[in-house]
Design a protein around this ligand. Structure first.
Ligand SMILES: [Zn+2]
Length: 224
């Protein structure tokens, strides 16, 4: 992957999959279908709620939160008014839930947020909350199946809440052979270049502490 692909600014590495609808790195399509086929055999209609996401989409999410236009909650789920926070605290509050533009693993097309389409009624709105994947939740059986089987197909969970600065995301899986290469190539310098050129709110503060943000949110991930 080149710098533009690593930071989601281009999509030359991405293939569009019509069914189940998603966008994946060209080398992740076959592994994803291998995983899906095995899941189907065990009764799960495995699909990606979210797959490739580009830089500009992540930038819209970031700026919406930084400006206070998008509602925000704290770690315990309580609504917060970000405009009352200093820029550094705002950045911390956003990073609890959303990646820095350029630093999302979803830019690579190697990472997917997985659901079981058979587990919920058609009108159900997936929220990707820990409760949905915990015992009693609609995706608990899928979470258990993935825990036991995903590794056989090269997929792992980078956000387990152990080493990573990202909160535990039981739905987020990554295809290790391609993603690990991307993680090593996405250096602070590559990220710096992408952010410098973007209309990112809080840019000055982000760039000042970019090495620390990179160490905490890109370099540190959880291994199986
Ligand atoms: Zn995700």
């Amino acid at each position: 992957m080149n710098d533009g692909e690593l930071t989601g600014q281009v999509r030359t590495h991405i293939a569009d999959v019509p069914e189940p609808k998603c966008a994946l790195h060209a080398h992740v399509v076959a592994p994803f279908f291998n995983l899906r086929r095995a899941a189907l055999a065990d009764g799960f209609d495995l699909a990606a709620q979210s797959s490739f996401r580009d830089f500009s989409r992540q930038l819209t999410i970031w700026n919406g939160k930084f400006s206070g236009e998008k509602p925000m909650v704290d770690a315990s789920g309580q609504p917060i008014d970000v405009t009352a926070l200093a820029p550094l605290q705002r950045i911390e509050a956003i990073l609890l839930w959303s990646a820095l533009p350029g630093a999302s693993r979803h830019h690579w097309g190697t990472d997917v947020d997985l659901i079981d389409r058979r587990a919920t009624p058609p009108a159900y709105r997936v929220q990707l909350t820990p409760e949905e994947y915990a015992p009693g939740g609609p995706f608990a059986p899928l979470a258990e199946w993935l825990e036991a089987n995903a590794a056989r197909f090269g997929f792992f969970r980078p956000f387990r809440g152990v080493l990573s600065g990202v909160r535990p995301e039981p739905w987020h899986f990554s295809f290790a052979p391609v993603a690990d290469n991307a993680r090593r190539r996405l250096t602070p310098a590559v990220l710096y270049k992408a952010i410098t050129a973007a209309p990112l709110l809080g840019k000055e503060q982000v760039l000042e502490q970019l090495d620390a943000l990179h160490a905490r949110y890109v370099a540190s991930i959880d291994w199986p």
